[in-house]
Design a protein around this ligand. Structure first.
Ligand code: B12
Length: 151
């Protein structure tokens, strides 16, 4: 069970993707919100995210960025990993998720079909999403978590 007062997330950029700036900004932002961020950085194979989940059983989500438009290819192994019982944490994906400036609902549907749990555009929404996920997992209401020490 995660400790609501000590919160860890796993962050990284998808395997084929070398765009580093948003990754660093998101890591900083989450740390400012009190999260411990295990930042795997750019060009991270999905198997490395799975390894990080194993190494950090206290982590509450895996947050993946993708800017170069190849998210679907980079996340193609997600169903296989999940079938093997790995990468069970919620997977949150954000960035520029397909090639070209026009994004269709199909792009998102295909990513969801792979098992991506949450598609987020604005990194500023991550803390609230993580709070909601934790509340759903622990049953502890958000306000109570903020006010009460954990026994
Ligand atoms: C800098 C840059 C590079 C640098 C990266 C250097 C580095 N170490 O980071 C270099 C030159 C290496 C590069 C290479 C390439 N790039 Co480039 N790059 C850019 C550029 C100019 C800026 C990216 C950036 O840092 N922005 C600043 C950050 C803060 O903003 P951001 O990345 O847009 O992220 C925002 C959101 O997307 C979101 N977000 C991002 N990640 C995440 C993650 C989560 C979880 C969430 C919730 C939100 C989120 O939040 C951020 C703030 O709002 C953009 C164009 C642009 N002006 O945006 C192209 C761009 C991202 N690159 C692009 C491309 C195509 C490439 C290359 C394929 C080019 C090529 N043919 O070689 C390669 C791919 C390399 C690779 N293996 O990934 C395209 C992607 C197009 C697409 N998806 O359809 C873009 C959009 C340019 C374009 N208009 O065509 N690139």
């Amino acid at each position: 069970m995660p400790n609501p007062n000590e919160r860890t997330v796993i962050l990284g950029v998808a395997e084929s993707d070398a765009h580093a700036v948003a990754n660093h900004l998101i890591a900083m932002q989450l740390r400012e919100h009190g999260f411990t961020v295990v930042n795997l950085g750019v060009c991270t194979p999905l198997a490395d995210f799975a390894d990080a989940c194993d190494a950090h059983p206290e982590a509450e989500a895996v947050i993946v960025g993708s800017l170069n438009g190849h998210a679907r290819t980079d996340l193609a192994a997600l169903p296989e990993l999940r079938a093997a019982g790995r990468l069970r944490l919620p997977v949150v994906l954000g960035g520029n998720l397909s090639v070209g400036s026009h994004k269709s609902a199909d792009d998102h549907a295909r990513l969801r079909a792979l098992g991506v749990d949450h598609l987020v555009e604005d990194p500023g929404e991550l803390p609230l999403l993580l709070d909601l996920l934790l509340a759903a997992r622990t049953g502890i209401p958000l306000k109570a978590r903020a006010d009460e020490p954990v026994g």
